[in-house]
Ligand binder design. Structure first.
Ligand SMILES: Cc1cc2nc3c(=O)[nH]c(=O)nc-3n(C[C@H](O)[C@H](O)[C@H](O)COP(=O)(O)O)c2cc1C
Ligand code: SF4
Length: 486
């Protein structure tokens, strides 16, 4: 029987478990204070202008895998963004959108190009209209689009930054989805990367034309721009030293500014700690690190002598360069969800075929808090968005308000919590408390759907089946049925 961790009835239960684990977990208790901190507006200071976010809550980028084969949003995509628009969060971070066809992680991922741009514009407008209708104004409502190339996880063909001794063989963790890859995947050439910089800049210019306030370079979760950050063994311009590994991002930011202007909001979602690939322990449900070479020179933000621990020295240096390149908004994430999902999304129960968490999820939450706070403290003028709050269920607002008060972040970002309980932010702002019966229980059905491919379009849409039953209850039944048939 798998172990369960979240069994807290009160904040004191949570506090004492944190103490038992040796963690300091600040939690604000007073409801009015919680409301005040979450409602506090945030200024994002760019090189040529600034933006005011109407409160301190963001919705994280979350792919719905519900677009059309041509990269345009589908019906469910519109539904999600209307709900996010009405959520009460003032910063909506639109999900990963590929900049080239071959950079998509699934055949239903959004993809920015000349003919999809008008529909992406309608999606943005639907989100903005939903917000305006509910709150009477668009003041302080900011939207950012995440731009990506899925690299090693692109379909049908992976594009890797370099040959990784573990990921080349085992690019995914689960027994269901993991098939050892027989052939070494192709390394994206320098020429390919140089052309790709222009494609990011073009996609950013389109995003600006259709009305987004800014774009995010997705440099996390093992995708191409994130993998480049650990490409120490890659020869040529885009590897080796940190300067080489950061070259793609810095040149792309410069090109985006040239195309979209200095008054366009530049954001980065940065994976500050890759961790190491994990697998199921033989004969057990629990996860364990795969055997790794030492020194471990194949991850970003990891200690070479012990990659199970963070070393933020390079991420801290990189953020300074990103800042100088015009980045004013930083969303801090970590982990490679395909091989160590417990790091980016601390969970209670894994999705089918994936390992039980190898650590107490509160340790994972604390790792997120430590990383976001180190970056915020080092760059107080930067607007840092923190992740990893959903496992805390209804106590997440207590931790978020405390982190805001202590200056450990400027904005709290909500991922799974917002899928399960879309009016969470309104409840938090109005009442200073959440309904425990509605909060995400981190049971990973959404991730199961995200990894379900036996659909006529090659991908099932994702959402929250337990709390958003219509339509996702039916969709998960179909996904399970399709999996059994296969
Ligand atoms: C269904 C789903 C889709 C996601 N898609 C993205 C994405 O497009 N881009 C991204 O940077 N992170 C993505 N993530 C990660 C979330 O943004 C977030 O970092 C993660 O869920 C941890 O935050 P939480 O604890 O609040 O859920 C996704 C997560 C989920 C559950
Ligand atoms: S399916 Fe719903 S409850 Fe489960 S982890 Fe995802 S958002 Fe949370």
């Amino acid at each position: 029987m798998a172990r369960r961790y979240f069994s807290y009835r009160t904040l004191d239960d949570l506090r004492s478990d944190a103490r038992r684990l040796g963690l300091t977990l600040p939690l604000l208790e007073n409801r009015d204070e919680i409301r005040r901190w979450l409602a506090r507006p945030v200024m994002i200071a760019g090189p040529a202008r600034s933006w005011k976010v109407g409160n301190s809550v963001a919705i994280h980028p979350m792919e719905g895998c519900d677009g059309n084969p041509d990269g345009t949003p589908g019906e469910l995509t519109f539904r999600r963004y209307r709900r996010f628009g009405e959520s009460g969060a003032k910063l909506i971070w639109f999900e990963a959108c590929a900049v080239v066809a071959e950079g998509r992680a699934n055949p239903r991922q959004l993809w920015m190009h000349r003919t999809s741009a008008p529909l992406l514009k309608s999606l943005l407008e639907a989100c903005r209209q939903a917000h305006e209708k509910r709150f009477g104004s668009l003041e302080g409502f900011i939207t950012v689009l995440q731009l990506t190339h899925s690299g090693r996880y692109a379909v049908p063909k992976p594009w890797v930054a370099y040959h990784h001794p573990l990921l080349d063989r085992w690019p995914v963790v689960s027994s269901v989805f993991a098939r050892e890859r027989p052939a070494a995947p192709e390394v994206a050439s320098d020429g390919y990367l140089e052309a790709l910089e222009d494609q990011f800049a073009e996609a950013a210019a389109r995003a600006r034309d259709i009305g987004f306030d800014g774009v995010d370079l997705k440099m996390t979760h093992g995708y191409l721009l994130s993998e480049l950050l650990s490409a120490r063994h890659r020869p040529g311009a885009y590897g080796g030293t940190l300067e080489g590994r950061a070259r793609f991002a810095l040149r792309t930011l410069e090109k985006i500014q040239q195309r979209a202007g200095k008054d366009f909001l530049l954001a980065v979602r940065l994976g500050v700690y890759d961790g190491v690939p994990h697998c199921l322990k033989e004969g057990q449900g629990e996860g364990a690190p795969r055997e790794f070479p030492r020194p471990y020179t194949f991850g970003f933000g990891v200690r070479e002598d012990n990659p199970l621990q963070m070393d933020l020295s390079e991420p801290l240096q990189l953020v300074g360069w990103l800042r100088r390149a015009g980045v004013s908004l930083l969303n801090v994430s970590m982990g490679i969800p395909y091989v160590n999902p417990h790091i980016s999304r601390p969970y209670e129960k894994p999705n089918e075929g994936v390992y039980e968490t190898p650590e107490h999820p509160l340790l994972g939450v604390a790792r997120h808090f430590e990383a976001q706070s180190s970056l915020q403290k080092a760059y107080p003028e930067l607007a840092v968005v923190g992740a990893g709050y959903s496992w805390l269920q209804h106590f997440l607002i207590h931790a978020a308000a405390a982190n805001l008060k202590l200056g450990r972040i400027k904005l709290v970002g909500l991922g799974r919590a917002a899928l399960a309980y879309p009016w969470l932010v309104r409840d938090a702002l109005e009442k200073g408390e959440l309904n425990p019966l509605q909060t995400c229980k981190t049971l990973s059905f959404c991730t199961y759907l995200m990894r379900s491919k036996n659909h006529p379009l090659g991908q099932f849409p994702t959402g929250c089946p337990p709390f958003d039953k219509n339509p996702y209850g039916r969709i998960i039944k179909e996904a399970r049925h399709a999996a059994r048939k296969n």
